[in-house]
Write a protein that binds this ligand. Sequence first.
Ligand code: ZN
Length: 259
Amino acid sequence: MTGTQNQAGPELTQKLKRVGILSDIHGNLHALNAVLEQLDSDNVDQIICCGDVVGYGALPNECVETLRSRNIPTIAGNHDHAALLMTDISNFNEIAKAAVLWTKKVLTEQNFEYLRQLPLTLRDSTNNSFYVHSSPKEPGEWHYILTMGEARTNFNHFTEQVCFIGHSHQPFIIENEEGNLACPTRPEIELRDGRRYLVNVGSVGQPRDHNPRPCYVVLDYEAKRLEIKRCNYDLAGAQQAIINAGLPRELAERLAHGM
Ligand code: ZN
């Protein structure tokens, strides 16, 4: 089982002003490039990826190589492990399974090795933030956090002020003020002392909140502001790449619906 792996990831030690957090790229290079362009013009001094670099999209090698070339700290997602057959895919639907097996076939040896060594979590004590793909409670079990009850339990499994996750492809912010949980619907909030936050940063490459635009988060540590952001990208290009690769057509179609 993946849950028995060492869960301790690397530490970040640099004091940050602005950080951009992205997740669930899923081989969609067109979307990744658009988000990185936005983050560059947004003057972030660090970008961090919460996993699922591959799976579904047609350009997994290019996505891995983009993260590698920019030295973006990245943690492992279930689809990254699935493509390496490091996790059980019997509960994946047929389309997801087909994408996993296609991805496994096309990944270069170097990129395979890169994905294999990704940690399950990233602790940033310097900036008081924690990163995991699925849940801080059991990072390698790939649980979803979909209810306030699950969120409440998971607040007990990180000590930092903010925990960033991905996995469900549905962005949210949950605010915890001494045990009182709230879910602000506005995309931008002020971080307050004495409150803690669980933030799902949404998905770059396959959003599932009925909004097809790539999603990501910017946290400004100096201004103490956190914002869920969206951007435009070459959706038709990403769809065409999926069709050209011979992947299931549904994977191209769903990108247009944000589902
Ligand atoms: Zn994902």
